[in-house]
Ligand binder design. Sequence first.
Ligand code: ADP
Ligand code: GLC
Length: 480
Amino acid sequence: MKISFITSECVPFVKTGGLADVSGALPKELAKLGVSINVFIPRYSLISIDQYGLKLVGELRDTKVRIGNIYVDYSLYHLQKDEVNFYFIDSQKYFDRHFIYTNDTDEDERFIFFQKSVLDILQKLKLEPDVIHLNDWQSALIPELINVHYKTNNNFSNVKTVLSIHNIAYQGIFNRMALDKANLPETKFFPFGPYEHYGNFNFLKIGIITSDFILTVSPTYAKEILSSEYGCGLEGVLQNRKNVLKGILNGIDETQWDPQFDKIIVKNYNYDSINDKLINKIHLLKYANADTNEKTPVIGIVSRLVWQKGFELMEPFIDDLLSKDVKVFVLGKGEYKYEEYFKNLNKKYPDKFFFFCEYNNELAHYITAGADIFLMPSRYEPCGLNQMYSLKYGTIPVVHKTGGLSDTVIDFEENPDNGNGFAFINFNSQEFYNKILKALDLYTQPNRWKLLQKNGMSLDFSWNKSAKQYLEIYNYLLNK
Ligand code: ADP
Ligand code: GLC
C-alpha cells in the first residue's frame, strides 16, 4: 500500500505542537507495518539543508505551479530516514520566513502553493499513492483541487483521501480572494455552499466536505466536535459526514518518551526502579537553583500558552496553593498575557514558582520526569500528548475531563482500582483546585500514590497500536 502523508510540521525538522510529533512518529510506524510512505512538508528556511543532508531532486528543478494568474517556482528536496521518504517543497517566496505560521497577508497563498505543489510532484514523480493522508487546514483543499484540476488525470482516478483534524479551532479562514489564488470555481461560493463560510473561504470546511474519510485524534473529541460547544461552527458540516468520522488516539514516540530509555533525563527508571525518579526530581530542583527538599511535591506544566489550555483557571487559587509546601514549574511560550501572568508569579514567589518562558525540549523531559504532579486544565484537547508522557513517567496528571484527556486519564476518585490521575468534570477553578488538593493529599500516602503511578506506567500508548487502526481505515477505503 502506498500512502502520501501531507503535513505542515514534523519532528525533527520543525515543530510548534503535537502535529509535529504525530507526523514524526506515525509514518515511521506505518512503514514498519509494510506501508510505503512519502511525507510532504514545506522546506521552511528554518529547516537546514546541510544539517539534514537534504538532496535536491534534479528532475524537478524550477518547476512551476499556477497560483491565480501567476506561475511560481518550486524546487524539491528529498531525504530517506527510518524507511520513510520525506519530500521538502522549497520556495523562497513562501517559506523563507521567521515562523512556520504567519499573519502575513499571503498566509492562504503559502498553503495553496504547498498543496498545489504536492499534487504536481505526485504526478510528475508518478508516486501514485493509494491514499493521500491530509492533516489540518494546511492540506485540506487537496481533495477539491483533485476534483477540479485533475478530474481526467489517471494518476488520481482511484486515489482516496483521509483528513485528520488535530484541532478544529484552526480552520484556515480567509477572504474570498483565496478562491482565485487556488483557481477554484466561483460558482461554488454562495451562502451555505461548499466554499462559503460566513462570507469567507474556509479550507477545513472544504476538506470535511470532500475527503473520503475524516479522522480526529481521540474518540471523545470525534464525538465532541459534533456539538456546537466544540465544533467551532463546523458541527453541522460534520454531522452530515458522521458516518465517515472516527477518532484514533495518538500514540507517543517511545524512542523519545520512555523513562527507561530517555536519553535526556539524568537517571532512567521504570516502575520497578521508581525510586530513581527522585534523582530526576532533585536534578530538576537544582536546575532552577531551588532548595532540594525531596518531600516537597513538585507540580509541572509544559504547554503552549494559549486560550485552549485553560490556565486562567489557576488565578483564583494560585496564592492559596503557593502558601502550601509545594513547588511549581512552568515551561511554555505563547500569548503575551499568559507569559506576563506566569512571569509575575515568578517575581512574587521566586522560591516556589519557576517559569521558563521558552521552547526547550530538554527541560520538557526534565519536568516530565522530575515532577510529581502534572497539570493540564485544557478547555478542550483534541488528544494531548503531555498527559500521556506524564502517565508513562509516573507523574500524576490532573486534567479537565475533555477530548483525549478524557480517553487517557482515569480519575482515581471515580475508579480507585484503575485510576491513574485526577480529572475534573466541569471547567471551573473550584473543581480543578479540589482535584489538585486531592492529588496533594494522596501524595502523602506513598502506597496509594504508587498504585496510581503503576496504573499509568503500565498503559500501552505505543504508536504501533494506533498505526494499526490507521491501516484499517486505509484498507476499508481501498476495499470499498
Ligand atoms: P498541542 O499540540 O496542542 O500544543 P500536545 O499535547 O499535543 O498539544 O503537544 C504538545 C507538544 O509540544 C508536546 O510534545 C510538548 O512536550 C511540546 N511542547 C509544548 N510547549 C513546549 C515548550 N515550551 N518546550 C518544549 N516542548 C514543548
Ligand atoms: C493539536 C491538539 C493536541 C493534539 C495534537 C496532535 O495540536 O491541540 O491535542 O495532541 O494536535 O494531534
